[in-house]
Design a protein around this ligand. Structure first.
Ligand code: NDP
Length: 285
């Protein structure tokens, strides 16, 4: 478990990933620029964005203008499944918008429903590593079957799998599989993907330690040894969320939070979701 904000976890390719970062989903324009600047000022060294979030330009500018050297920042962006047919075009656009020279981590954002397109996109990402445009190739929302497929068909094991992970959705089998394979797990939605105030146990546990519900939730994930990328656009929360290295949840409290597993998920179906968010939401109604 990391003991400080910029401490790194070593991935299976030897690269380090800071165990704590800022997520920027749903933040745009000045709000995301400011958030990244607040985070870097507060000591964050890991920023997680995606083509889908529509904010790469502001994220890149905030990193460039932060005054912190590029090599000290760990920058992730992601390839959306509808771009799997022409990954070069999407990648070039991300690189142009970010304008940060290289990527530390590039993820296939979702596996997508088509094996051929997925494998083609993965080969593209590996090729960018060879070309030194990307330091590390990873995936997101991949299930065990998708990871097994990559291993069988391409002989490769991704360094990182970014998955939904919070007390209501712990994905224990998948986490255990990743651990056995040497794949670092990054938790998206670590504060219930914005539904933190719907879980009454978290403020109760936070209170015991003089900490907030958010801090207790993030500390739990930290003690589970996953990388966390909580999102906030507010300076006081960005600072508060990182203030979790001076306390430790007891085994009893860890178990009480463990028992919340299964109460809710915000993921699409990784077996069928092909990148059409509108169609997916409409089919759920
Ligand atoms: P989080 O669990 O990080 O929750 C974010 C929400 O919590 C926001 O609404 C934020 O509001 C609020 N919040 C932040 N800090 C506090 C606090 N101290 N107290 C109360 N509320 C707080 O959800 P995300 O879905 O954003 O996940 C984190 C990151 O993971 C994303 O930003 C993105 O980078 C990544 N992600 C990846 C996905 C994938 O498919 N690979 C899917 C979804 C996310 P406010 O900003 O107003 O503070």
């Amino acid at each position: 478990m990391i003991k400080g904000l910029s401490e790194t976890v070593t991935m299976n390719n030897g690269q380090g990933i800071p165990g704590f970062g800022l997520g920027v989903f749903d933040a745009k324009g000045k709000a995301v620029y400011d958030a990244v600047r607040y985070a870097i000022d507060a000591g964050y060294r890991h920023i997680d964005t995606a083509t889908l979030y529509g904010n790469e330009k502001e994220v890149g500018r905030a990193i460039r203008e932060s005054g912190v050297a590029r090599e000290e920042i760990f920058l992730t962006t992601k390839l959306w499944p509808t771009d799997f047919d022409d990954p070069q075009k999407a990648f070039d656009l991300s690189m142009r918008k970010l304008d940060c020279g290289y990527l530390d981590l590039y993820l296939l954002h979702w596996p997508g429903a088509d094996e051929g397109r997925r494998l083609k996109a993965w080969e593209f990402v590996l090729d960018q590593v060879d070309k030194k445009n990307i330091k590390t190739a990873g995936v997101s929302n991949f299930l065990i079957c998708h990871l097994e497929e990559l291993k069988e068909k391409t002989g490769t094991i991704p360094a990182n799998n970014q998955i939904e992970f919070h007390p209501w959705h712990q994905q224990r089998e998948l986490c255990e599989y990743c651990r056995q394979q040497g794949i670092v797990v990054t938790a998206w939605g670590p504060m219930f993907h914005g539904h933190l105030n719907e879980e009454p146990l978290m403020p109760k546990i936070g209170n015991k330690y003089g900490k907030s519900a958010a801090q207790a939730t993030l500390r739990w994930a930290l003690q589970k040894d996953v990388v966390i990328i909580p999102k906030s656009a507010r300076q006081e929360r960005i600072i508060q969320n990182a203030d979790i290295f001076d306390f430790s949840l007891s085994e009893e409290d860890m178990r009480a939070i463990d028992a919340l597993d299964g109460k809710g998920t915000y993921s699409f179906d990784a077996m069928t979701f092909d990148g059409d968010v509108k169609a997916e939401r409409a089919s759920r109604k």
